[in-house]
Design a protein around this ligand. Structure first.
Ligand SMILES: [Zn+2]
Length: 310
């Protein structure tokens, strides 16, 4: 499943299309009506953890955006015009007709599409994903796009294996997003101190948005914390180090992704740890929730024990 750094990279593929109009739509999705996207302009793109949000408006820019554009001066504005279809003006946008029946918004606002990527979800810009191997029957079939958006510039975005829904606003809370500079470490520390296995708390997207199974495994190993240790039994400075690893590991992974470099894993899917100990692989999850494969070294990551009564 794409984790925070991957979804941030997806966002960087969408960003160049902000300010452009959708001129053709395709894809197999039944979760939205394709004609509801047709003719709209992309206004914004935001990320919260593993979710991506794209704002669609029925005119070229929102009021605030047009004010910004004026401030940026004529030169940039000319550049922007050259990227966009010069034909429709704000008042005669072809999107206005279907928007008046399809949504609750007025011309100055926009609605958002929320993308949630499954195990193999992805976005590509200006290219189609090709089959890497034949299927069981021997057929060579390219992945089917859920959604394809073509823009005035001639560029296009292709979305694979994702759930797509309209929403009125993005559910973005930077203080809970591990990749945000506003991530609240103090709040995270208090959540992690709960009497629950730390590996379960770390996967809670309400508090550690963007952390996925790979990040969880790696940072627990780097901090020397057993995945089943109860947060309440782990010393506060160790939990603090665990959060520091979460921040630095995800930031490094994102930098690697942007440079097209692979990430080196210390424990994830390894047979032995870096000191040569045998790694344990176990399915761990909340009692009624999803169990995730967890790799850990029982020697380097000791289970936190309650203090002996004195
Ligand atoms: Zn070890």
């Amino acid at each position: 499943m794409p984790e925070g750094p991957t979804v941030r990279r997806f966002s960087s593929l969408v960003s160049p299309f902000v300010g452009q109009q959708v001129v053709k739509v395709g894809g197999s999705t039944k979760q939205i009506a394709l004609q509801d996207v047709m003719g709209r302009w992309i206004h914004d793109c935001q990320v919260q953890g593993k979710k991506l949000y794209i704002a669609f408006g029925c005119c070229k820019t929102r009021e605030a955006a047009s004010a910004d554009a004026q401030e940026q001066g004529d030169e940039e504005e000319e550049e922007e015009k050259s990227l966009c279809d010069p034909a429709p003006s704000d008042s005669s946008s072809p999107s206005t007709s279907h928007l008046s029946t399809a949504s609750k918004e007025d011309d100055s606002s926009c609605t958002w599409l929320r993308f949630h990527f499954g195990l193999y979800g992805s976005i590509r810009a200006n290219e189609i994903a090709r089959a890497k191997q034949g299927n069981k029957r021997g057929d060579w079939k390219d992945p089917t796009p859920r959604l394809i958006l073509h823009f005035t510039s001639g560029g296009f975005l292709v979305f694979y294996n994702c759930r797509i829904h309209w929403c009125s606003s993005p559910d973005v809370e930077p203080s809970c997003d591990i990749l945000s500079p506003e991530f609240d470490k103090k709040k995270a520390l208090s959540v992690l101190s709960a009497p629950k296995p730390v590996c379960i708390t770390l996967m809670d997207q309400r508090h550690f948005s963007g952390v996925g199974n790979i990040i969880k495994n790696e940072i627990l190993y780097l901090a020397g914390v057993h995945p089943l240790s109860l947060g309440s039994l782990v010393p506060a400075d160790t939990l603090s180090a665990l959060i520091d690893h979460a921040i630095s590991f995800t930031a490094q992974w994102y930098r690697n992704k942007m440079q097209g470099e692979p990430m080196h894993y210390h424990i994830y899917m390894k047979e032995s740890c870096e000191k040569g100990h045998k790694v344990v692989k176990e399915s761990i999850g909340p009692p009624c929730g999803l169990k995730r494969l967890t790799w850990y070294c029982p020697t380097c990551q000791e289970l936190a024990q309650p203090k002996e009564p004195t």
